[in-house]
Design a protein around this ligand. Structure first.
Ligand code: ADP
Ligand code: MG
Length: 387
């Protein structure tokens, strides 16, 4: 087992004007045994960063340590890592057992019996013990992915690297494998880097997340910390589904004049805002409430555009009534609540749930409030993973 240290790593592809900065001055400390998720949109540099750790790609600048060893000059084989990718890369002409034992036969001098014992054990762990004599072509996608994982486990590496390993699976299987990889990583306690563009995978699997955009780290933190304390508008919009709603506005006195409504800034917000005039207000779909009649808290009137019933909840797409543009926003409501298209509703944005962002830089200038217990739990979790 090992910690991984990434110091000031930059990766450029190409030369001069044509060059692309895929990873931009990234520094990170991944703890021994930690499950660290690299998450971000396509092209944000996740795979490149992982491939640099693997030794499959060489960084233009910076250092990588695995444990206490500087590995910049070491090839992939010498780094004692095991990788699992989206395409399982199993050998089609070998049986499952041969696929799983191949690495051990090549890289160790273990006896045949010992290799067989270890392969059987890993296969049992992955629930594929009865498939050892089959060939990959005879297996479902889910089973093939289990073989790929089993092959990684059997090598007993210092570090697991997984790049979108579940993206070829259907939704149900993906959810199942998510839980399984979580359990496996807990049991084996091997330092794991996991790449995904899927925020649900990131939220549910990671001890911590590294959120990347354009090769730059946007935030590093526990899933809930990144969700409830996003460091900027990008993170706020990236985590959570449907995404946080954003309303641009200008400050006049203690009021934010947004497109279609005015929002009263609390004293605490006004202090945080200082002399800024251009702000973006952020509020999640699940935090906005809709009323059939005006209430004390009502910010504005809106018209229902589309209702998407999901079962226990519905997503309601709305448009503020006194608004010229086309800006819609989304509210999550109770699925049992009758609500219909073209209906007028009264929208309440609770001040406690509002984030404010600098309209220019996107930096967070005011975070939402949390309940006292939630706040304590969040802090404790942050402490426990930060040493
Ligand atoms: P992600 O895994 O987050 O989707 P990548 O790390 O694959 O992103 O890519 C980051 C950026 O680097 C992209 O702009 C991509 O086109 C570019 N890139 C990746 N690999 C190469 C390569 N071998 N040659 C040139 N550009 C590359
Ligand atoms: Mg990738």
């Amino acid at each position: 087992m090992a910690r991984i240290t990434i110091d000031d790593v930059t990766k450029r592809f190409g030369e001069g004007d044509e060059s692309i900065v895929a990873v931009d001055d990234v520094s990170l400390d991944i703890h021994d045994g930690e499950f660290m998720v690299f998450v971000g949109p396509s092209g944000s540099g996740k795979s490149t960063l992982m491939r640099i750790v693997a030794g499959l790609e060489t960084q233009s600048e910076g250092d990588i340590h695995i444990g206490d060893t500087l590995v910049n000059q070491l090839g992939p084989r010498a780094r004692d890592i095991a990788m699992v990718f989206q395409n399982y890369a199993l050998y089609p002409n070998m049986t499952v057992e041969e696929n799983m034992s191949f690495g051990l036969k090549m890289s160790t001098d273990l006896s045949e019996d010992e290799i067989e014992r270890q392969v059987t054990e890993a296969a049992e762990m992955m629930g594929i013990g009865d498939l050892l004599d089959n060939r990959p072509g005879e297996l479902s996608g889910g089973q093939q992915q289990r073989v790929a994982l089993g092959r990684a486990i059997v090598r007993d590496p210092n570090v697991f690297l997984m790049d979108e390993p579940l993206s070829n699976l259907d939704a149900k299987l993906r959810a199942e494998m998510r839980t399984e990889i979580n359990r496996l990583q807990n049991d084996l306690d091997v330092t794991t880097l996991y790449v995904t563009h899927d925020q649900t995978e990131a939220m549910t699997m990671g001890d911590r997340l590294v959120i990347l955009n354009y090769g730059e780290i946007q935030q590093v933190g526990t899933p809930l910390e990144c969700f409830y304390r996003p460091s900027n508008q990008f993170v706020a919009g990236f985590l959570g589904s449907p995404s946080m709603n954003f309303f641009d506005g200008t400050v006049e006195g203690g009021t934010l004049r947004a497109d279609g409504f005015d929002f009263d800034l609390t004293d605490r917000m006004q202090t945080a805002v200082g002399d800024r005039t251009a702000l973006t207000l952020g509020v999640r779909p699940e935090d906005i409430s809709l009323h059939d009649e005006p209430t004390v808290g009502t910010e504005f009137e809106a018209v229902v555009d589309v209702v998407e019933p999901m079962g226990s909840i519905s997503y309601v797409y709305l448009q503020a009534s006194n608004q010229d543009h086309d800006q819609t926003f989304i509210v999550e409501t109770d699925g049992q609540r009758p609500i219909s298209e073209e209906q007028t509703v009264y929208v309440d944005i609770p001040a406690d749930d509002v984030h404010l962002f600098d309209a220019g830089s996107g930096e967070t200038i005011h975070q939402r409030q949390l309940g006292e217990e939630a706040e304590v739990a969040l802090e404790e979790r942050m402490q426990s993973v930060s040493q």
